[in-house]
Design a protein around this ligand. Structure first.
Ligand SMILES: [Zn+2]
Length: 379
């Protein structure tokens, strides 16, 4: 990762205030509210999460569980202003389910509450959600479509054998072989400076932060060479929370989506960076907790344990992914070489970056067809 943190602490270090029971921010969608069931749901360690089922009235539809990226939320699949993935899945005969795992901006944990690592997501959040879906729908097939860190942590759950028997998995942006952009661009002591000032997360909403605050230098830095005047857009598009990477191809977003970025993406916690950095250095999804026996079911290195994957996987990536670069192509090549028995395919979306593969105004035409083709061949 780009930040040089001086601390080696990550999850497990208790904050003064521990909140594990939090109300979720309401979802923003244009579905019939009677069809949207928000399920009181907790991860296997008791942390309150969000799980949403979109009812269709049909009892034979395969389920598709959607996993958002870190600091995003289930809202990224429900954009009212575009033809979104939930629309497309409903029209094609699926039953969408949406998990808000603990890194969701609908939940408070990125800013306040109990710290966590990606181990917790892989061990406690994703398996609990898959199990819950299965309890509710019986033996119907369950697919997962996962974006960014939602996909990275899913790969750890899969390599641990914690979510066996999925009908298929679509992974967007990154899976088992993370390769981050921006390593040389902002390798500054920014994180160290921020931690000194007791900043423990990087905000994105300039309206909440204000013109003069401890965050002002961060936004000022992100605005350098920016072509768009919106500070929230700058810190995401131009700087990806200060990392120097880019989260989307700007012209692929509609104006309405562009104006909602501060709702769609929340603050990024700095305390997750040691785990992310370890993952980046390993070029693989590695477990953070080495000695804590609670995490013993996770493999130390998910790539080394990829032989345990028992489901077809479609690796998706925009040709211009400014955050994870060509991680997905790399993943495909490595798995083809090391685990040739796996059913893994790779599809690149020309002209797309990272988030715009789901948020883009043309994603239904340019991206979702590839997802439907994959699911349709395995339902
Ligand atoms: Zn912009």
């Amino acid at each position: 990762m780009i930040f040089r943190t001086t601390t080696s602490r990550a999850g497990g270090s208790a904050l003064p205030r521990v909140r594990t029971t939090a109300a979720l921010r309401p979802l923003h969608h244009r579905l019939d509210p009677a069809r949207v069931e928000e399920i009181p749901f907790r991860a296997d360690d008791g942390v309150r999460l969000g799980l949403t089922r979109i009812h269709t009235g049909a009892a034979d539809r395969p389920a598709v569980l959607l996993l958002h990226g870190h600091t995003a939320s289930a809202d990224m699949f429900l954009l009212p202003e575009t033809r979104n993935l939930v629309d497309v899945l409903l029209d094609d005969g699926y039953e969408p389910w949406l998990l808000d795992w603990r890194g969701s901006c609908r939940l408070p944990y990125n800013e306040t509450g109990q710290r966590y690592t990606y181990d917790d997501v892989a061990l406690y959040d994703i398996p609990a959600a898959v199990n819950h879906v299965r309890e509710r729908i019986g033996d119907r097939p369950v697919f997962v479509v996962a974006h960014c860190i939602g996909s990275l942590t899913l790969s750890l759950s899969m390599a641990a054998g914690l979510v066996p028997g999925l009908a298929g998995v679509v992974s967007q942006g990154v899976f088992l072989t993370p390769k981050l952009a921006g390593r040389t661009s902002l390798r500054m002591s920014l994180a160290g400076e921020l931690l000194k000032t007791r900043i423990d997360h990087i905000p994105v909403d300039f309206r909440k932060v204000g013109l003069w605050s401890k965050y002002t230098p961060l936004f000022a830095l992100a605005s350098r060479k920016a072509s768009c005047p919106d500070p929230t857009c700058q810190i995401l598009h131009n700087s990806a929370w200060g990392t120097g990477a880019s989260l989307f191809v700007h012209e692929n977003l509609s104006e309405a989506t562009h104006d909602r970025l501060a709702d769609l993406l929340g603050p990024a916690p700095l305390w997750i960076l040691p785990h992310l950095r370890r993952i980046e250095l390993a070029r693989s999804v590695v477990r953070w907790h080495e000695t804590d026996h609670r995490y013993r079911h996770l493999p130390p290195n998910a790539l080394d344990a990829a032989g345990r994957i028992d489901t077809p996987v479609l690796l998706l990536a925009g040709s211009d992914n400014g955050l994870w670069l060509d991680s997905q192509r790399l993943c495909h090549d490595v798995l083809a070489d090391r685990q040739p028995q796996l059913d893994v395919s790779y599809t690149e979306i020309p002209g797309y970056g990272h988030l715009d593969t789901f948020l883009g105004r043309g994603a239904a035409l340019d991206v979702f067809g590839h997802i439907l083709d994959f699911l349709g061949g395995r339902r």
